[in-house]
Design a protein around this ligand. Sequence first.
Ligand SMILES: Nc1nc2c(c(=O)[nH]1)N[C@H]1C(S)=C(S)[C@@H](COP(=O)(O)O)O[C@H]1N2
Ligand SMILES: [Mo]
Length: 391
Amino acid sequence: MPETRRIVTAAPENSETPLEKVGSWVTPSRLFFVRNHFEPPTVDPQTWRLQVGGFVERPREWTLDELDALPERTVFATMECAGNGRSFLSPHVHGVQWGAGAIGHAEWTGIPLRAVLEKSGVKPQTKEILFEGLDHGREADHPELLSFARSLPLAKALDRETLLVTKMNGEPLEPIHGFPLRLIVPGWYGVASVKWIGRIDAIDHAFTGYYQSKKYTIQRRTPQGEAQTVIVGPMPVKSEIVRPTDGETLGLGTNRIFGVAWAGEEAVARVEVSTDGGDSWNDAELLGPQSAYSWTLWEFLWEVSEPGQHSLLARATSASGRVQPLEHDPLLGGYHIHFTRPREVLVGAKSRRQDQFADVDALVWDMNAFAEANVRRPLDVELELYEGAGI
Ligand SMILES: Nc1nc2c(c(=O)[nH]1)N[C@H]1C(S)=C(S)[C@@H](COP(=O)(O)O)O[C@H]1N2
Ligand SMILES: [Mo]
């Protein structure tokens, strides 16, 4: 059976990347998680138009062919849903009950949003750029018909790596991932990356639509100790142990602890692993590129000589020194769930299993492809292989 996404809700589809099967730096599109608030719209690319308006000198509409004629750019970026990991919270928080898999890393190709905005001439009073999807429906606490819409501050909208994407992993966008056109906001939680875009408007005020007022906001403590409401934006630093999985039985000898780590708009600088519930920490080895927006794969080879129960933890540090927290801050509610979550494993007296990480070739291939596409950055794409590791 080929791997598939793991369904969390069927209609509309909300589904997870089968994270424990990750064997490549780029997540295949068909395994890449899906987050839909409404049923995906069916879009006819022949009649589809992108409307650009609001505070611009030259409002206009674009056909797909006209957009395709503009210069392309490619960005590798990790996208995580802001509610990823919600099912691990205690007490329970309302919302889609994601496990760890509302995340993926892909190669996104399209037109810099900036290029399209420049063609229309953004007026000086513009504060934000607003994006509206073609999907709509109703929410339990919002009985009137609602479109999925989000805005970006002008500076992030004009960033050269904020793209209007037509291709994911080198192929035309799949309908469920936003065909024919979606936004990708590298380093930000997925909610910013509006799918099935129909309209873009330059606006002169802060947008307060449903998905950035009623939902997708967090509370933060100011330096003065006051709680402040903030719209979900850049992703914080986080790591995830991919293998072994919770409750897995390992063998004596060398066990590979393998995972991913990301830090939003920053690169990951360090991942540490604890095999004793947080009493002591060891540096993991970072595999392949460490660059802004992209997750970094890592491994730690754990020598175990005694059988027993172990609590495994991983924590990541970003390039600027931000460290993944050990606890979930309740002020964050059901978003920004990036605390270190223990994996409980049992080390048995024997049973050394073959290393399941058999697709290392694919991983190295991905990393080399990235290296070619990003020749400006120095890269270390070496990956060592170990025989007979425990997982
Ligand atoms: N139009 C539209 N865009 C959307 C959404 C949506 O429901 N409708 N969901 C957002 C959220 S919350 C996430 S996490 C990402 C998920 O993108 P994916 O389904 O391609 O993984 O899309 C974002 N863009
Ligand atoms: Mo999301």
